[in-house]
Design a protein around this ligand. Structure first.
Ligand SMILES: [Zn+2]
Length: 499
């Protein structure tokens, strides 16, 4: 069995003065967490223990009991009468932060060692422990009770006493039969929310290798992520090579334009005020806007990708590795924009992987080398060009490709997504490498292409304009392939952003 977790987010409705109590509660939580982080720093060995043992060790170091009257660093110095479950939640929060900090520090030390061994100059600064703490308080069992559909009792530090308070909750309800984790009290703006993680169990999907090698009809959704107009192009293919559907998720130009405009504004503001320091939040509102837009787009695009895969019964999702960010030259707004677009790609992948897993789909990545330069049909290098321009050379970002070798013509991003799908299949079919399987299919299917196309035009496999099965990919029917170019716009799925 596999498990997936999601978070149920609910708004809290409460008397006005409770907001101050929640804030006081969170402040105390962070003080205790920060205290335990210091205890861990003073006793680094604790991190060699598992979480349960580390928790016990830390309690022994800090918690006054009859059998332990003089702990080394007493928690009482922060505050007396902290409920055990509040303390434990804070300890675990501190442990999480400490583990991540020390693992980053370890990696930094290794990089430094490597550089000095090679005699290189090493200028990277070491990671620093958190300077300020802004964690949300987790409510372990014992800090909440009587949770019904729209009500919950929670125990909070009001700033002067520990108090049980009753609050109303609204929003999506906890689904029946879900396993609930410990809820968290989250501040968003000036409202307080309750976030509850829930766990869902399902039959774990078979490994990719097994799916690919044992079932020729396994459907793979391959995705080419872009920074330009088409944020993502997805194609569905079977292991044996039939291409069943394609979708274009557009809206990239709009997102990029919007972001560039905001970055431009930031640059102008900075010039005016003379502030250039990276960490200065001189344009906090604008930055927040950019961040929110990127997050929202990443969620929308990843959701679309997974929906498309699900609708077409794909059980594998494949992307290319993102590689490294190649810094762009030019204006501040341009450089910043390409950097953020690169990060967004990473986020789309991350969210898609997570959403796919919840739907029982496994995600993989393939080598990105030349995915947009290679012909999906015969693997030779393609010419990439703009409509109306000569079909030669390679114009980065141009929409069309033409293969001199086999005559394949089509949309560049779609070709890339096909190559990505092929790479995954080829990984498991190394033995039949002498003759690329796509070529074999091309020979086999050349005769039946026309009838299949005719059929697919008459009976669209799905309704709506976003999808269209095209069976012609490996055929030699030139007209049909170039027809695909014309249809690019009506099969595109335009995302509508509410901003
Ligand atoms: Zn070709």
């Amino acid at each position: 069995m596999a498990k997936a977790t999601t978070t149920i987010r609910q708004v809290l409705n409460y008397q006005d003065d409770y907001a101050a109590w929640f804030a006081a509660n969170q402040t105390l939580f962070n003080r205790v967490t920060s205290f335990y982080f210091e205890v861990i720093q003073a006793h680094e060995k604790v991190l060699d223990l598992g979480n349960m043992d580390a928790l016990q060790a830390l309690e022994k170091l800090t918690h006054t009991t009859q059998s332990n009257p003089h702990p080394v660093m007493s928690l009482c110095e922060i505050q007396e009468d902290i409920p055990a479950m509040f303390r434990r939640a804070a300890i675990n929060a501190a442990l999480g932060s400490a583990r991540s900090f020390y693992s980053n520090l370890g990696k930094w030390r290794k990089r430094k060692e490597k550089a000095t061994a090679k005699g290189k100059k090493f200028t990277e600064r070491p990671p620093v422990p958190p300077r300020s703490w802004n964690k949300s308080a987790t409510l372990y069992a014992g800090l909440w009770k009587e949770r019904a559909g729209s009500c919950i009792m929670i125990k909070v530090w009001t700033g002067s006493v520990w108090s049980w308070i009753k609050v109303r909750i609204t929003g999506r309800e906890i689904p029946n039969g879900a396993r609930m984790g410990s809820p968290q009290l989250i501040r968003k703006g000036n409202r307080w929310w309750l976030h509850t993680p829930i766990e869902k169990q399902f039959k774990s999907p078979a490994k990719i290798e097994k799916q690919v090698t044992t079932n020729e009809q396994t459907k793979i959704c391959s995705v080419d992520l872009n920074l330009d107009q088409h944020l993502a192009v997805c194609t569905i293919r079977t292991v044996e090579g039939s291409i069943l559907a394609t979708t274009f998720i557009s809206g990239g130009r709009r997102v990029n334009g919007l972001r560039k405009k905001q970055l431009g504004r930031i640059a102008r503001n900075r010039r005016k005020t003379g502030i250039i320091a990276e960490c200065e939040q001189d344009n906090a509102d604008l930055w927040r806007k950019i961040h929110n837009t990127d997050e929202q787009v990443a969620h929308l695009v990843s959701a679309r990708i997974v929906q498309f895969a699900k609708r077409n019964f794909a059980s594998i999702l494949v992307f290319e590795h993102l590689g490294n960010l190649k810094p762009a030259k030019g204006k501040y707004s341009h450089r910043g924009n390409s950097k953020r677009a690169f990060w967004m790609k990473g986020r789309i992948f991350k969210y898609a992987k997570y959403k796919a897993y919840n739907a029982g789909i496994i995600t993989s990545r393939v080598n990105p080398r030349n995915t947009s330069r290679e012909c999906a049909r015969c693997h030779s290098l393609v010419a990439r060009y703009e409509e109306g321009k000569p079909t030669e050379g390679y114009t980065y970002g141009a929409p069309l490709v033409w293969c001199h070798q086999c005559g394949m013509r089509g949309n560049a991003d779609r070709n890339a997504s096909l190559v990505i799908g092929q790479r995954l299949v080829e990984r498991y079919q190394k033995t039949s490498k002498e003759k690329p399987q796509t070529l074999r299919r091309a020979e086999q299917s050349a005769g039946v292409v026309i009838s299949q196309v005719a059929k697919s035009v008459g009976t669209r496999p799905f309704n709506g304009s976003a999808r269209r099965g095209d069976h012609n990919e490996h055929g030699t029917a030139q007209g049909v392939l170039s027809g695909m170019e014309r249809h690019t716009s009506d099969i595109a799925y335009q995302l509508h952003f509410p901003f």
